[in-house]
Design a protein around this ligand. Structure first.
Ligand SMILES: Cc1cc2nc3c(=O)[nH]c(=O)nc-3n(C[C@H](O)[C@H](O)[C@H](O)COP(=O)(O)OP(=O)(O)OC[C@H]3O[C@@H](n4cnc5c(N)ncnc54)[C@H](O)[C@@H]3O)c2cc1C
Length: 339
């Protein structure tokens, strides 16, 4: 009772990275709250799938295995969470800010009148004082996310209602195995007790999943371009540099909006979050919405013709100059030195 729950997304029988990231965070929250971490797996042919989540420090795995639970459809998965949460009374529920999480989270929170904070960038435990009501609360989930167009970072609390629900985008939290041999209880539920037959009304007849065209999220080196790259041709230079460095190319939103680069390469609050070992920011000013997606990079190099560009304040190295001059030199000397 009153534990931390993570709804784990499945692609077939593979648990999604975002769910493993949330289990890692969930474990830390559960430790702080001195409670257990529980995972929910709902799909088909799930024998042994719990082995993917237990190493993240899961104390209890709830398995719902039945035809019709994969691919995801709204009603059966919402039924499972709503009924399970009525029984288990979790204090926290986390899920990915994915297509599935964005559909499932609001359904569950509205059925339980619990509230939900979408797209959190950090989750912490803390206290809260409601001065107006003269009440104070301990051990609440701080659901932290940018608000008002990214101009402020808001900390949202849900003092009275449970579970405290939050969604988090893929890549925002770090995935870390706690113990490969972690022992947890596996509970196989009878799906018919949770999902009325009528709620399997939607049948998925055909499904097309497109693979990502690049590995921006997992790349050890990212060469990212901003509006300062000036054009699509400017980005060709970045692709050339990336090829030499075995890196991936990323972009700021301004560069994507200007048509210099594809949208799926956008880094930041409304794009991908990356944690490469090396991030080379070329012609990027470093607004808070961009920094939100790359600030955990190991080393940051900024190439900018404005010495006062905000990104320079978080960069480890600053190359003050125009991208037209600096990037060809980087390509030339890297080629020369790596022979
Ligand atoms: C709700 C919301 C969500 C957002 N989400 C994101 C997001 O996910 N990702 C994101 O990136 N942004 C996001 N933004 C937009 C963000 O606020 C900035 O507008 C954007 O990041 C700016 O991109 P930029 O740095 O490429 O462009 P600019 O701010 O125009 O900066 C260009 C930089 O290039 C430099 N420069 C110009 N010419 C050269 C040259 N020849 N050589 C070298 N340097 C040069 C300039 O000095 C400047 O520093 C969001 C905004 C909002 C309101």
């Amino acid at each position: 009772m009153n534990n931390v729950f993570v709804y784990c997304e499945l692609e077939g029988t593979k648990v999604a990275d975002v769910s493993l990231e949330l289990l890692t965070k969930g474990r830390k929250l559960a430790n702080q709250l001195n409670c257990q971490l529980e995972a929910i797996l709902a799909g088909e042919h799930l024998v042994g799938v719990e082995a993917q989540v237990l190493p993240y420090g899961v104390d209890r795995v709830h398995v719902f295995d039945a035809p019709g639970l994969f691919p995801y459809t709204s009603l059966p998965h919402a039924d499972i969470l709503i009924h399970l949460f009525k029984e288990e009374q979790p204090q926290i529920c986390l899920m990915g800010a994915t297509v599935i999480g964005r559909d499932l989270g609001p359904r569950v929170s509205s059925a339980l009148t619990s509230g939900l904070t979408a797209d959190c960038t950090a989750l912490e435990i803390g206290s809260h004082e409601d001065k107006k009501a003269g009440k104070s609360y301990e051990n609440l989930l701080y659901q932290i996310r940018p608000a008002f167009g990214g101009n402020i970072v808001a900390t949202i609390v849900n003092p009275e209602h449970r579970p405290q629900m939050a969604t988090v985008r893929e890549g925002v939290m770090k995935k870390e195995v706690l113990d490969p041999n972690y022992q947890g209880e596996v509970i196989r539920h009878e799906v018919a007790k949770y999902v009325p037959e009528n709620d399997f009304v939607v049948k998925v007849i055909d499904r097309h999943v497109e693979q990502a065209k690049h590995n921006l999220k997992g790349a050890p080196i990212v060469v990212a371009g901003g509006y300062g790259m000036g054009s699509k041709e400017g980005f060709d230079m970045l692709f050339e540099l990336a090829k030499e460095l075995h890196a991936e190319v990323g972009a700021s939103r301004a560069a994507v909006d200007a048509g210099f680069c594809d949208h799926d390469r956008q880094i930041g609050q409304t794009g991908v979050t990356v944690r490469p070992k090396l991030y080379i920011a070329c012609g990027i000013s470093g607004q808070i919405q961009h920094i939100a997606g790359m600030q955990d990079a190991g080393i940051i190099i900024s190439v900018n013709n404005d010495p006062n560009a905000p990104i320079n304040t978080i960069a480890d190295y600053v190359i003050n100059g125009s991208v037209e001059e600096v990037i060809p030199k980087m390509i030339k000397y890297y080629k020369k030195n790596s022979k």
